[in-house]
Design a protein around this ligand. Structure first.
Ligand code: NAD
Length: 268
């Protein structure tokens, strides 16, 4: 028996669609279970999907996700409302295949002796400050790589590479490549300060560490759509997570087709 939950963006169109899907799936004898769903259906946009991911982050190995968009085509929300009938029948009648995408693990080490915070991101972690420039040492695999000065850094997953990372000139990475990407935000480059200036792509098991020079400064650290303020940060460590997100796959919509339809032209 499949247990499902539905999250909605909260606008009228998404709420109506949520109620319709819910009543159809209940008619097919599926069970609505907000606490322990096998399948989470997100109705809205990519932002709604990110919220759903963070709501069920504690049971990623037991939950598969699917996204329906009620606005424009999303990367995670890639079903359209007019496909609903087909989707409901598929969910009700057929076992779903699962496609897994890599996630980013972020560990924030505060002052010595204080608790380490650990987060998972589906899109990215960005490190910025409202307090002048971000100045930090970037270490890769434990070796000093560069001293970064600028607006900040964005460390993204492959599926997040089409989001903030893309706006920063990062490459689009296929989610079958277990990797993370570091993209700069307006680095200061002159005769005194120097950074690589190109996005860097790290494979699994190559972690990077961001070590702020002024640890009394306050940092704005985002994990997807969530922003946190930290002071006294010693190290922010990023790597490919062991956990993955699982998507319920009912039809083929290849990643490069999604990239094409979102950024080049939607011919559907
Ligand atoms: P939002 O409502 O401002 O959404 C930003 C846009 O990002 C939306 O159009 C959404 O569809 C798109 N998006 C989200 N994930 C995507 C993905 N994986 N690939 C392609 N597009 C994607 O903000 P929100 O809903 O709170 O979403 C937070 C996300 O916004 C962050 O994870 C970050 O990636 C993105 N963002 C982008 C920029 C930028 O492009 N300059 C700046 C800040 C944040």
């Amino acid at each position: 028996m499949k247990k499902f939950s539905i999250t909605s963006k909260g606008d009228e169109k998404s709420n109506k669609l949520k109620e319709d899907i819910k009543s159809y799936l209940l008619e097919f004898n599926l069970v609505y279970d907000k606490e322990e769903p096998d399948l989470v259906i997100s109705v809205g946009g990519d932002g709604t999907f990110l919220e759903a991911f963070h709501t069920y982050i504690h049971r990623l190995d037991k939950t598969a996700f699917i996204g329906i968009h009620t606005g424009h085509l999303g990367f995670y929300a890639d079903w359209v409302p007019k496909e609903m009938e087909k989707l409901i029948i598929e969910i009700a009648k057929n076992p779903f295949q699962v496609v897994e995408y890599p996630l980013l693990e972020v560990k924030i080490f505060p002052e010595e002796g204080k608790q380490v915070d650990r987060f998972l991101a589906l899109n990215e972690c960005s490190v910025k400050t409202a307090d002048g420039s971000v100045v930090l040492d970037l270490l890769i695999k434990g070796e000093h790589f560069e001293r970064f000065r600028g607006d900040g850094l964005c460390i993204s997953t492959p599926s997040g590479s089409t989001a903030y990372n893309k706006a920063l000139g990062g490459a689009i990475i296929h989610p079958s490549l277990e990797s993370i990407q570091i993209a700069e935000m307006a680095s200061i480059n002159n005769r005194v300060f120097r950074t690589i200036g190109s996005p860097l792509i790290l494979p699994k098991h190559h972690k990077c560490e961001l070590k702020p020079i002024h640890d009394d400064r306050s940092f704005l650290i985002t994990i997807d759509h969530i922003t946190k303020t930290y002071t006294n940060v010693k190290t922010i460590e990023c790597s490919v997570a062991n956990e993955k997100i699982r998507f319920a796959r009912f039809r083929s919509f290849p990643f490069w087709k999604r990239v094409h339809d979102s950024f080049v032209a939607d011919e559907r």
